[in-house]
Design a protein. Structure first.
Length: 427
């Protein structure tokens, strides 16, 4: 999940792409942190339903998906803050250094812990694919695109990071090609059309045709070459790199998604809608662009109701998916709109939002321990299950606080030092 870091001085120079004049730094918008806090609570609650509250799973989940609600709020927040982070820096290199030091250190820690949990069979075994093809799986995870490469995530929530990465690739490509003329409204229109066409596209087609290992190697090569081009090449090389990254993102979204093209495209459209909302707030878009933003949730819900899930399900489960996914998306949009309008966040949610990335990545491991300790929730009283949920929540927050203090913050500071050092040596 993205975080709205303070603006960092870019490293400049003609090798780093066209720079725009960054707007003056603004005060941290705590309502976005509060949204992150609420979102991670929703995801945590979703993952507690099976081990502690199966009654809620049976009665509420067919109509509302708490996890999908949480991640859609996260995606809206990412869309709102990530392009602004790139534009503030005015530096593609500074942006990617910041993202790498923001995301990878804790990701590596969580992946190592998840692998250890699987090998030790804390709750379940390590997925067979990870054990049979460790090099391929490891490389896929390093790209953070594993969910688009038909590689199972070592920690289940990692799938959302694949969408973050695809979004970064598209945002980077757009910035390199048109740094002063962001085509936000046009991008939304194209994405909405793609969502409606996405129901006709098969899921995972490229990996089925070429093989998972081949696709992982090719995607990694294109990703590395494209990023190298946009980060250090001349003008024409940067444009070629941007084109390569954009094509890679589009192919993965449309032809190799695990969950189906329309749903993947709906997620990315939601993220770009968050970008459009930021531009509207800053007066960078004509107010007539509101119609495009307002159509995004309508198109997403319409696609869900019309196409249903992009993978095999029974008719009963497919119907439940249509309604639960649609309700979650609508609720996420309403929540974002309310927080954006009121901007009076709860201090508790703000504090939780600051550590939300750690909570998000680490809580599935705590849930595994819980499922080992409470294998039969029906044998535990309702009061006992509530107590277990509170204990688990407290443990997760405590561990996440430590991870934030000793992993996230030092890594982010190191990233800032790298950016400053590069700025001093760049011509």
């Amino acid at each position: 999940m993205s975080i709205n870091l303070a603006a960092l001085k870019g490293d400049g120079g003609p090798r780093d792409g066209v720079r725009t004049q960054p707007p003056p730094p603004s005060r941290r918008q705590t309502w976005l942190d509060a949204l992150r806090g609420l979102a991670v609570l929703a995801v945590l609650f979703e993952h507690l339903l099976d081990p502690l509250f199966p009654e809620v799973r049976a009665t509420v989940s067919p109509w509302f998906d708490f996890g999908q609600y949480g991640v859609m709020v996260f995606f809206l927040v990412s869309g709102y803050v990530v392009p602004a982070s790139l534009e503030r820096r005015g530096s593609v290199t500074g942006f990617w250094i910041g993202r790498a030091f923001r995301l990878y250190p804790l990701l590596i820690v969580a992946a190592a812990a998840g692998t250890g949990f699987g090998l030790l069979r804390v709750y379940s075994e390590l997925p067979a694919q990870l054990g049979e093809q460790p090099a391929v799986a490891g490389l896929a995870h390093l790209t953070m695109l594993q969910d688009f490469l038909q590689v199972v995530s070592v920690v289940n929530v990692f799938w959302t990071l694949s969408y973050e990465m695809v979004f970064y690739l598209l945002v980077t490509a757009i910035f390199v090609v048109a740094p002063r003329r962001p085509r936000t409204t046009g991008t939304l229109v194209v994405l909405m059309a793609a969502v409606l066409a996405g129901g006709l596209l098969p899921a995972g087609a490229v990996s089925r045709g070429l093989g998972v290992g081949t696709v992982v190697l090719v995607v990694t090569a294109v990703l590395v070459a494209g990023l190298a081009a946009v980060l250090s090449g001349g003008h024409r090389v940067r444009l070629c790199g941007a084109a390569a990254l954009a094509v890679l993102a589009v192919v993965l979204l449309g032809a190799n998604s695990r969950i189906g093209a329309w749903q993947s495209l709906a997620i990315v459209a939601t993220m770009f809608a968050g970008t459009a909302l930021r531009r509207l707030d800053q007066g960078q878009l004509h107010r007539g662009a509101r119609w495009a933003v307002g159509l995004v949730p309508v198109v997403c819900v319409g696609a869900a109701l019309w196409f249903g899930p992009g993978w095999g399900m029974s008719d009963e489960r497919a119907l439940a998916f249509r309604w639960s996914w649609s309700a979650a998306v609508a609720a996420a949009w309403l929540t974002f709109a309310a927080f954006r309008l009121l901007r009076r966040p709860s201090a508790l949610l703000v504090r939780l939002g600051l550590i939300s990335y750690s909570v998000y990545l680490l809580h599935p491991l705590a849930v595994q321990v819980l499922r080992r300790l409470v294998p039969y929730p029906g044998e535990v009283s309702p009061a006992g299950r509530v107590t277990w949920s509170l204990v688990l929540g407290a443990v997760v927050v405590a561990v996440a606080t430590l991870a934030y203090r000793f992993v996230e913050l030092p890594a982010q500071e190191l990233g800032r030092r790298v950016i400053r050092a590069r700025a001093r040596v760049s011509p």
